[in-house]
Design a protein around this ligand. Structure first.
Ligand code: SF4
Ligand code: MG
Length: 284
């Protein structure tokens, strides 16, 4: 079960996205999946290239639209493990509407955001995750907009699985991806994935100094939503690990009345050839 393929990533040396790729490949193998069981749908951005670097089905979507595609895939074929992936600009700016509604809809897919707090592909502009004061070409005097807090946002819209990790901790990153895939419902995993080229503030060293691993927080209980929110707010969102999980979560598809066991993609077309031809003719 080798999820590596022969395509050489064209990310900058040291880019955090390399670890996310490795963790994803390890998580699939650890769970015992086969390449034909997995589909990766990505958005646009440096991180969006990830769907081409895994030996599995890949779909490089359009900007901010990985989630509609991923949800459609999962609903048509529930046998697939569907992972959506993209950057903080993709998911929390242009794609934010989809992100919020996908969380509350709770289709059983995993969404991995590679959060570098900047737009990397377009050469370093302020993103919705950039902190106030962050200087880029688009904000030469420093950003004057407040940054989105994706973990808190997810909790307020009813998320069943919310986790965060960092590219420098491959072990934890692999673990949270595995748990996210095993979770029955929508899983949001935000990964601090440093952009070594355009973000000179939120570096590997910066995260090392500022992140709090939830394993080190005494008495932390990831089934307690209130505690999750309080801990996030007290630490300015800078925590890693499984922040919140509702183990009783029921996926959207499992709640659809009359939904057939067999995935749509594998069902016979229940119309005759004549009916089918007639239907096609209507659209010609
Ligand atoms: Fe990674 Fe930044 Fe380079 Fe893009 S520009 S590949 S995010 S280091
Ligand atoms: Mg980004």
């Amino acid at each position: 079960k080798d999820f590596r393929n022969k395509v050489k990533p064209n990310w900058c040396p040291g880019c955090g996205d390399f670890s996310v790729l490795a963790a994803m490949q390890r998580a699939f193998a650890n769970i015992g999946l086969e390449p034909e069981d997995v589909a990766i749908v990505s958005g646009i951005g440096c991180s969006g290239r990830i769907s081409g670097y895994v030996n599995a089905y890949g779909f490089h979507g359009v900007h901010g639209r990985a989630l509609p595609i991923a949800q459609g895939l999962k609903l048509a074929n529930r046998d697939l493990t569907v992972v959506a992936a993209g950057g903080d600009g993709d998911g929390f700016a242009i794609g934010m509407g989809h992100t919020i509604h996908a969380i509350r809809r709770n289709v059983n897919i995993t969404y991995i955001v590679m959060d570098n707090q900047v737009y990397g592909l377009t050469k370093g502009q302020t993103s919705p995750r950039s902190q106030i004061g962050f200087k880029t070409k688009s904000t030469p005097n420093g950003s004057i907009e407040s940054a989105i807090s994706p973990m808190e946002m997810a909790l307020t819209v009813g998320a069943g699985f919310v986790a965060q990790s960092v590219s420098s901790d491959l072990k934890q990153l692999t673990h949270v991806i595995e748990e996210g895939i095993n979770h029955q419902g929508f899983s949001l995993i935000n990964v601090y994935s440093p952009c070594v080229t355009y973000n000179k503030i939120n570096t590997y060293d910066w995260f090392k100094e500022n992140l709090v691993n939830l394993n080190d927080v005494e008495g932390y209980d990831s089934s307690d939503r209130g505690m999750a929110m309080k801990t996030l707010m007290e630490n300015n969102g800078l925590v890693t690990g499984i922040i919140y999980q509702n183990k009783e979560s029921q996926s959207y598809e499992s709640l659809i009345k009359g939904f057939k066991e067999e995935p749509l993609a594998k069902q016979d077309l229940q119309i005759s050839k004549d009916q089918f031809d007639k239907l096609v003719a209507e659209f010609m």
